[in-house]
Design a protein around this ligand. Structure first.
Ligand code: DGL
Length: 283
């Protein structure tokens, strides 16, 4: 369970407040940009499980225990005040276990189905996510709870994960690369009335401009970055942590040395003062 505020604030009184943002890859960046925009003084560490990327196609019984093991060891390694699970595939699977394991608060990403259903004028929304997130019980329950009277087009789009990674490595993403996803959005049942698309994978907001340009007509593209950042702010207040005007130096933790240089480069916008650390995987 999340720890009570008093314990946290006294224990960490001598260091700069920090959050660890966890993901399988560069999706953490879309969440981090929103947190940095709202809280420039919060030190952001990154925990990237690149050794098990991509998450979206992995079976739940392997992925769940791995996320809990590696994310908790990454939180300890950088002594973060809170964990932000910057990954829908991980959040929809492992949030309860992470909250049971960690004494720090855990903020998870929830697909923006509720605001999408509330804001859609036509009543047709699309859920674009990894296969894991689309098929998750958690996601089905969210839809039942908040989008019961909407038409929901499910669009598993694992290829967008790889395209977002490629974009952050400096590659240009062409409209043709996105055509299969655009086709799945508009050409199936109810596609003609679609007006709102939920980007329910943190990699996807990194491709928002490209998706919007490739779309045959304007859609509202919703993600959860703003909601996550507001929840982080709420926790900082709850823990009575005051932010300095500038963040302190960050740590980039990875589970594999594979492509560490490229990862370091992709996260460079969050500070020049990274320390890189590889975290050994136990499972
Ligand atoms: N960024 C992750 C998410 O939000 C998953 C990407 C992957 O498949 O590893 O779902």
């Amino acid at each position: 369970m999340p720890v009570e505020s008093g314990q946290q604030s006294s224990r960490h009184s001598n260091k700069a407040p920090s959050a660890l943002i966890f993901d399988s890859g560069v999706g953490a960046i879309s969440i981090a940009r929103e947190i940095r925009r709202q809280m420039p003084g919060l030190t952001l560490h990154f925990g990237i499980d690149n050794g098990f990327y991509p998450y979206g196609t992995k079976p739940e019984d392997t992925l769940g225990p791995r996320i809990v093991d590696i994310a908790s060891r990454m939180v300890s390694a950088c002594d973060a005040d809170l964990l932000v699970v910057g990954c829908n595939t991980a959040s929809t699977l492992a949030l309860p276990e992470l909250r049971q394991t960690l004494r720090q608060p855990v903020v998870g990403v929830v697909p923006a189905i509720k605001p999408a259903a509330a804001g859609s004028r036509t009543g047709t929304i699309a859920l674009i996510a990894t296969e894991g997130t689309v098929n998750r019980r958690y996601t089905r329950e969210l839809i039942d709870q908040f989008a019961n009277s909407s038409r929901v087009i499910n669009v598993p789009a694992p290829e967008l994960v790889a395209l977002a990674e490629a974009k952050l490595r400096g590659e240009t993403i062409a409209a043709a690369d996105l055509a299969p996803v655009i086709e799945r959005l508009f050409s199936g049942p109810h596609g003609e009335t679609l007006d709102t698309a939920v980007l329910a994978c943190t990699h996807f907001p990194l491709l928002r401009d490209e998706l919007s340009a490739a779309s045959p007509r304007p859609l509202t593209w919703l993600d959860s970055g703003d909601a996550i950042a507001r929840r982080v702010r709420w926790w900082l207040d709850e823990l009575k942590l005051t932010l300095p005007s500038e963040p302190h130096s960050s740590q980039l933790l990875t589970s594999s040395e594979h492509q560490s240089e490229q990862i370091l480069q992709a996260f460079g916008e969050f500070g020049p003062t990274y320390q890189h650390q590889a975290i050994a995987v136990r499972l």
